[in-house]
Design a protein around this ligand. Structure first.
Ligand code: GTR
Length: 394
């Protein structure tokens, strides 16, 4: 009874026992289980279930996202043309209380008449999104909006950015960076060039972990696409081989990426009341693409396929089995042009209904074990269509 610990009086907030008081769940936990120990049966129950799952994941793993803060504004600081493909603006965003959190945004917009779909990426600080990437995205008619998440919160224990703006804020960096996606999106949605119904969020590795969290917690994001995100992202904590990053390894090296509470699951992983298939399921029924590299063993490609397959049970139950995709390429840990090409094709399919030759359902490990012992519930007779957006960001 995964959720039985949360039972509380009507209307009372859920009680959260410490990690060592949670029940042991050896396999991937059941995402359909409710706090009272029964399972949801109708699709219309999914929005409330999703919210409960997210609250649990935030409480034990990432911590809360910061408050919304003041209206996000942008000041253009530079502008250049990219041949006849479009143009690039450098923008300084002001977010947080009184706009004190300053974040750089690079906005590449195709030539011609919009509005255009957007690829939103938080990894600008890594300086890898050069003209080749800009051209690849513009050439296919998409905006590339890349912000520097390390200005939202530094990639260290230092308390700058949102941590300085809200001194009592106790979420980890992944939660702060997910908030950065949401606030950058607030700004993008004020621009006439932006097609607000066609936003894809992506990022690499630690940037993929927070892109997944951002997509799971904000229904304005139509496509969520973590790349090589592994442990704390699209990989799973319970099942991995010796070459993969574990919960213990990641918390030891990067405790500040998570809420302090998460350390309570070190050498105690089976007490996690969720695993990362649960976070993936929280994106449903919106589109989700996981891009993986077969040589990136640290990021647990096999365990990532397992989270994909388990989350796909939720997608299928919601009537959207083709909205969740996975793609494996040869090679190692990187977010290269070919990963962007894969994402752009997935977006073409999901956002425009186009036909492409690439497949998003090919499994690299067809013999991977089924590491969960539940299946989707039989739907109650009154159950109807796929639920629509309900709750915005958390
Ligand atoms: C590694 C870390 C991974 C991944 C990677 C990266 O050192 O163990 O979880 O986040 O860094 O972000 O490139």
């Amino acid at each position: 009874m995964l959720f039985a610990f949360m039972m509380a009086g009507a209307g009372a907030p859920p009680a959260w026992p410490p990690p060592d008081r949670l029940p042991i769940v050896a396999e991937l936990p059941d995402p359909f289980l409710k706090p009272d120990g029964t399972r949801i049966r109708a699709r219309r129950e999914w929005p409330a279930q999703r919210r409960r799952l997210l609250e649990t994941i935030l409480h034990y793993q990432y911590g809360p996202l910061p408050p919304k803060g003041a209206k996000v504004t942008g000041r253009v600081t530079d502008h250049r043309e990219v041949g006849d493909l479009g143009s690039v603006r450098d923008i300084e965003l002001s977010m947080g209380p009184r706009g004190v959190v300053k974040v750089r945004l690079m906005l590449a917009v195709p030539a011609g008449k919009g509005p255009f779909p957007v690829i939103l990426d938080g990894d600008l600080g890594w300086d890898r999104l050069n003209d080749a990437f800009i051209r690849a995205v513009l050439g296919r008619g998409y905006i590339l909006a890349a912000f520097n998440r390390e200005q939202v919160g530094p990639d260290s224990a230092e308390r700058k950015g949102v941590y300085e703006a809200w001194p009592n804020y106790d979420g980890g960096r992944l939660a702060a960076w997910a908030w950065g996606f949401h606030r950058t999106l607030d700004y993008l949605l004020t621009l006439p060039e932006v097609d607000g119904k066609r936003i894809a969020a992506t990022g690499h590795s630690r940037g993929g972990k927070c892109a997944l969290l951002a997509g799971a917690t904000d229904e304005r994001i139509a496509v969520t696409a973590p790349n090589n995100s592994g442990c704390g992202g699209a990989g799973n904590y319970r099942f991995h081989d010796d070459k993969c990053e574990t919960l213990e390894a990641i918390v030891r090296r990067f405790p500040y990426w998570f809420h302090a509470r998460f350390a309570g699951f070190m050498n105690n992983v089976q007490r996690l009341p969720f695993d990362q298939h649960t976070l993936k399921a929280c994106v449903a029924p919106r589109a989700l693409l996981t891009t993986e590299a077969l040589g990136d063993l640290w990021a647990n490609p096999r365990g990532t396929q397992q989270t994909h397959q388990a989350a796909r049970e939720v997608y299928a139950w919601l009537g959207a089995p083709d909205r969740i995709g996975i793609h494996f390429r040869q090679g190692g840990h990187e977010h290269g042009l070919q990963d962007f090409e894969t994402l752009l094709e997935f977006c073409d399919v999901q956002l425009f209904g186009r036909t492409v030759s690439r497949r998003f359902d090919a499994l690299a490990f067809p013999d991977a074990e089924r590491v969960w012992n539940w299946s989707a519930p039989a739907r109650s007779p009154r159950s109807s269509g796929v639920p629509t957006a309900s709750s915005g960001d958390l």
